[in-house]
Write a protein that binds this ligand. Structure first.
Ligand code: TUI
Length: 318
């Protein structure tokens, strides 16, 4: 049988060229192991947690799978230095980073034999990461959930692909085989999906969160946080609407805005608090309508992409 082939499959020792996004408060050792067992690359989100929580989750993943998995390090975390050390001690095969510039950790990770794949939201950072020895980059467009940059996926991916010689993985607005096939056409070697895996059976996020993503329509997300310099995309609800209203009022101080957001990710993912929670997810939520095992998601997305790519010659005459 024909199969999708991509340089990142060899680089990461995975069957399908699909990574699971590192979702704060959501992507734990259990989800990561399920995605890796299914043939993709599962990723544990180190988010704002401390070293001992991360170590526990890494061990949980190792107990559930012998396949490679990764850890996503959110560089704005107060524990970034600590968790950067834990991935070395635990010999995690792959590290992805987000929300910043990981240059200061690169040589430590590379000499530990870790494959390093920073998330970039610009060509400039992609170039810098290649120079620092990154094995690949994830070019993430503003259709993504969570913290986002300025460019959308469609223009970002080909520009990053032209700028670097290392493999590029596309992220943002990708949730099915069409998105994967399109990403390959844009010059990517694979994709990262968050929102689609958020509703995986093995994902332990609060059921209210899953339900909200499954019910979301195309224009149900909103971007907040631009004034503080960390734009974040999530579902429209009482929390995000209130934030959006407060955000640009002259009487709202930066401190007040910061304080308003504190704890909101946990309230959504752990408590399922519909009013006060921040339900981060991508614009592709409108396309995500069914809870499925992670392995089934991977197989379906890749089979769909294979069929589309095989049929693509229909557009060429002669
Ligand atoms: O990081 C993400 N998504 C996230 S992180 C997160 S937790 C959070 N909590 C509070 C405030 C903000 C976030 C929720 N979702 N995606 C990867 C990503 N990285 N998207 C965009 C970037 C990015 C943006 C600018 C990476 C680097 C960058 O510039 C770095 C520099 O210094 O040049």
């Amino acid at each position: 049988m024909n199969m999708l082939q991509s340089p990142i499959c060899e680089l990461l020792e995975i069957r399908y060229p699909v990574l699971q996004g590192g979702m704060a408060w959501i992507a734990d050792g259990k989800l990561a192991a399920a995605v890796s067992e299914g043939g993709g690359l599962g990723i544990i989100s180190a988010m704002n947690a401390n070293a001992s929580w991360l170590r526990e989750q890494i061990r949980e993943a190792k107990s559930r799978t012998s396949k490679p998995f990764g850890v996503n390090i959110m560089l704005m975390s107060p524990f970034a230095d600590d968790v950067a050390q834990v991935v070395v001690e635990e010999q995690v095969p792959v590290v992805t980073t987000g929300a910043g510039n990981p240059s200061k950790y690169m040589s430590m990770w590379k000499s530990a034999g870790i494959r390093v794949i920073p998330v970039v939201a610009s060509v400039a950072l992609a170039r810098m990461m290649e120079k620092h020895g990154a094995d690949a980059v994830i070019a993430e467009g503003g259709e993504s959930g969570g913290h986002i940059g300025e460019a959308a996926t469609m223009p970002l991916v080909p520009q990053v692909a032209d700028a670097v010689h290392i493999p590029v993985i596309a992220a943002g607005g990708i949730g099915d085989g069409r998105g994967l096939a399109a990403a390959l056409m844009l010059g990517a070697c694979g994709v990262q999906m968050g929102t689609r895996f958020l509703v995986a059976k093995e994902c332990g996020v609060h059921p209210v969160y899953k339900e909200k993503v499954l019910k979301a329509k195309d224009i149900d997300t909103i971007v907040t946080g631009r004034r503080l310099g960390h734009a974040c995309r999530g579902l429209k609800n009482a929390f995000s609407r209130e934030y959006a209203k407060k955000e640009w009022l002259p009487e709202t101080s930066m401190e007040e805005l910061e304080a308003f957001g504190v704890g909101s990710l946990r309230k959504a993912a752990v408590e399922g608090n519909e009013k006060e929670g921040s339900f981060l997810c991508g614009q592709i939520a409108g396309l995500v309508t069914r809870e499925q095992p992670a392995a089934e998601i991977l197989q379906q997305v890749c089979e769909e992409a294979e069929a589309l790519l095989k049929g693509a010659s229909q557009w060429v005459n002669g």
